[in-house]
Ligand binder design. Structure first.
Ligand SMILES: Cc1ncc(COP(=O)(O)O)c(C=O)c1O
Length: 438
């Protein structure tokens, strides 16, 4: 059973067949030329790019689609080129993937100040009465970037898209990390107008891996200052004179040769989602997710003590089908996630354990204070196990079950069978493997 859709989606046979047929019946060359095979590739690449915009209802007059290797590549394009200067702000939510957190290093290197908006337990949402205080804390004529996920890859919380306009009205450029949101929710860029959107296609429809996208508003893109040039991003560059002329618009962000043989599979995948209907997928994972949450909530030991704890919203309001939890022993201790992994393998279940590259959500979920983190540096020669002991964590993180377009009720029943293994479990064996870094 596969319940790691937030890690990566699954693909349909039809996607592979259609892609293979396309490759079998054509000859495609590097698109950086005008020869017939190159022209054939260029046509497919242009079509795929146009369809990406259409899928997200983004007007080509307003948005461009820049193809990247993954969501991280899209986030990096923004981070490394955002014109941070001293006095500028980078604002982000605690609840963010490390590929967004990492942008603070670009901000710091250029003298901009980073601030975090905290999430609040137990729902792991942002206190909305607090947000305006952060959004209004900007100084005059500066570049300010606000980044948050449309859906948390940790807790499934859906942060309001209304924040986009709210932040923009206070002079922020908004970077929306939509990687965990778009596989089961329609992102309508005719209704919402974030400056930048990052996503990975394999999370939406499984095949192909290795392609993501930065959807960028044309005027926001024009603000970016790329720190380098490369093949594909310039009109001309010289060697005897250190000068180059950038290609205009989106072309300036297209490093090297695009993944031209796999790109047509992006259009195939998006059309596949369209045929099912993203709203149908949304409704389906919602129905299954409610069942999964209920299964965890009602899981009890013989003495009536809870056998699981969920991190994040328990109700199905403004949340997606990504559920973080831990199993609990009858005395309330957290069941070691490595043991959960072992039992999941025995049931042939693919789920995720750890912190899911989202340390901020984890810090709030496990009530780890700043003081603990400041005192507890990751020392030379330390293993992850040593570190977890040092900061007093009860386990190596949480368990994450995430649903997607092929999830069904049989999966839910198998999950319930698996969860029952933890009822009345007093202890775990001592032969668990060392943890590996996340
Ligand atoms: C919310 C979110 N942002 C960004 C990423 C990074 O995606 P990728 O590893 O495809 O670059 C992920 C991946 O899990 C994610 O869930």
């Amino acid at each position: 059973m596969y319940i790691d859709y937030t890690g990566g989606g699954l693909y349909a046979d039809s996607q592979l067949r259609e892609h293979l047929r396309l490759l079998e019946t054509g000859v495609y060359g590097n698109p950086h030329s005008v020869n017939p095979t190159s022209a054939a590739s260029t046509e497919l690449v242009d079509r795929a790019r146009a369809y990406v915009l259409e899928f997200f209802k983004a007007s080509p007059d307003e948005y461009v689609a820049i193809l990247t290797a993954n969501a991280t590549g899209a986030l990096r394009l923004v981070g490394e080129a955002y014109p941070f200067r001293s006095g500028d702000r980078f604002l982000l939510t605690f609840d963010n993937h490390n590929s967004v957190n990492g942008i603070r290093e670009f901000a710091r290197a250029r003298g901009a100040e980073t601030s975090y908006v905290p999430s609040v337990s137990p729902d792991l949402r942002v206190d909305e009465t607090l947000l305006p205080r952060y959004l209004t804390d900007t100084a005059g004529d500066h570049h300010n970037l606000f980044a948050y996920p449309a859906q948390s890859n940790f807790s499934g919380v859906q942060h309001p898209l209304e924040w986009i306009e709210q932040a923009q009205s206070h002079g922020w450029d908004v970077l929306l990390d939509a990687a965990a949101y778009v596989p089961t929710n329609q992102l309508d860029l005719n209704r919402w107008h974030p400056d930048f959107v990052a996503l990975s296609f394999y999370k939406m429809f499984g095949w192909p891996t290795g392609i993501g996208c930065l959807l960028a508003r044309r005027d926001a893109l024009a603000k970016l200052e790329r720190p380098w040039f490369s093949g594909g991003t310039i009109v001309a560059a010289f060697v005897q004179r250190e000068y180059y002329q950038s290609a205009p618009g989106a072309a300036h962000f297209k490093d090297g040769t695009v993944n031209y043989l796999n790109l047509p599979a992006v259009e195939i995948g998006l059309r596949f989602l369209d045929r099912i209907g993203i709203d149908t997928i949304h409704a389906r994972v919602g129905a299954l997710g409610v069942g999964l949450l209920d299964a965890l909530d009602s899981l009890r030991h013989s003495d009536g003590a809870p056998a699981a704890t969920v991190y994040g919203p328990r109700s199905w309001v403004r949340r997606g089908a990504t559920i973080a939890f831990n199993f609990l022993h009858p005395d309330g201790r957290v069941v070691d996630e490595r043991f959960v992994d072992r039992i999941a393998r025995r049931h042939n279940i693919s789920l995720r354990t750890g912190c899911f590259c989202n340390p901020g959500a984890g810090e709030v979920a496990f009530t780890i204070s700043r003081e603990t983190l400041v005192g507890g540096e990751f020392g030379e020669g330390m293993t992850l196990d040593d570190y977890i002991r040092q900061i007093g964590l009860p386990s190596g993180g949480a368990i994450r079950a995430s649903l997607g377009l092929a999830s069904n009720f049989a999966d839910l029943h198998r999950f319930q069978d698996f969860a029952r293994e933890f009822v009345d479990l007093a202890s775990v064996p001592s032969d668990l493997p060392p943890r590996i870094a996340c």
